[in-house]
Design a protein around this ligand. Sequence first.
Ligand SMILES: [Ca+2]
Length: 293
Amino acid sequence: MKILFPTLVIASLAAMSNISSSQLYSQETVVAPAGAAASTDSQATPGRTSPFTQLVWQDEFDGEMLDYSKWGVEVNAFGGGNSELQIYTDRSENVRVEDGCLVLEARKDNAAVSGTAREYSSGRVRTKNRGDWKYGRIEIRAQLPSGAGLWPAIWMLPTEDRYGGWAASGEIDIMEMRGQEPNIVLGTLHYGATWPNNKFSGDQFTLPEGSFADDFHVFTVDWREGEIQWLIDGQHYQTQTEWTTEGHEFPAPFDQKFHLLINLAVGGHFLGPPNDSTPFPAKMLVDYVRVYQ
Ligand SMILES: [Ca+2]
């Protein structure tokens, strides 16, 4: 997500922090065995075997409802920024677990939050203070919706803005897609300095056939010290090893804990509004999230 109005986003995210950190860290974390794949190898090559083999966090969405020990749900009439058109709610119409998947559903139903109604509603969840990681392999299996103006995204933000406001402390976009181009996904880093002096760099992946709406695909980032790789269905398509943040040495800002966000936005600068042929309701399905370190 290219956050163009960071203050709105920060305000909305702050509103989501309703669980204390002691509750959030009550679960035992899996500790890697002694001698396990410490990241001592700096000669990384594109697409090589990941050093991250220990499953440290996962949600398979097998239950009847969202696991709130792992996820916070955003409720915000202006959530997202970027001139997005949706309201984010925690209604089951917009966010639910069903048939083994997290369902984020965009609807054209004039829903309201705190007295503010908007034409479209949708869902956004995040793991902040429930799942926060520095380095690792983050893997998400998802099926995306197609249609103009639909903007599914799987991305990461810093849990603490240690280097300053967006995007000085970084943003890792694992996957985002314009619904009108459902065979192309983008992987992007945002960094450099505080908006509007931020920078970004990235690449895109085009499916050889079919679209990301036809079936589930696995989206992965493999994030180690000084290097981030992107893979689709296990196929490597991008490596980034150069980024900056003002006043700090590499590999800042991507040397701090980040958490995961998943949302289905509607409209915005990045892709334009829906049109008459955009199907509503539209669903983004997430089969699982698995994090390895
Ligand atoms: Ca599942």
